[in-house]
Design a protein around this ligand. Sequence first.
Ligand SMILES: [Zn+2]
Length: 236
Amino acid sequence: MPTNMTAERRQIMAAVAAKAREQRGTWVRLDAYPTVRGARTTAGRITKGSAVEFPGLGDWEAYTAACEDGESVWLRYVAGDQPVPHLPERMTVRVRHDGDGPGYEGVGVLTVTIAARCPRCGGPRGVDTVRPFRFVHDGDHLVVHRWTNPCGHEDLYPAVVAEARQEMRENPADLLLAAYSAQEVGPHANHAANLLARHGHLDAAAVVRGEVKNNDGDLSTLQAVQFLRDLVGGGC
Ligand SMILES: [Zn+2]
């Protein structure tokens, strides 16, 4: 890769650099790598100003994100004094979701927090285009959000809900709460610990079991959720 770059690849990088310079502050996709490590190496060199086509410490910003064909590298040209728009990591939006079980806010609407990156190309989602969209569902007036991604890929609500749930599964407290809402786990924290262990959250399962003991066996699944959140910090 960087050490034995082909002429063709250098040309592509030079073209991307030119494009990025023309639209300072706008994120441009460089390319996608089969490994996260390869993408991060390139992004790191760009950020440090040590990539030949992207010279100048502080003149470039770069990040990597998962995409359909691996891990993509995105960059923007930021040289100069004019501020550039902040790039948030996450965005919280209301999306339409026509029901499954209790535990969610409202009827037909879910509030979810997702990565502020397009899952298809890794580009920034249209965070600054989020706007309310009103509709009527079973006589209820509901408000969801719509947004437009600069990359042109459209986010459909079912995919956004699935994405948010997938992320929740990576967080033990959120996993527990979702399972509880879907009635997939019993009310006692021992059930919660078993579920966590089944999903590979062995540390979380162990601390919940410890907390059950500390409470002389008196701990509910919902208290376990709160306990895990307090452990992580923030307590919210
Ligand atoms: Zn996209």
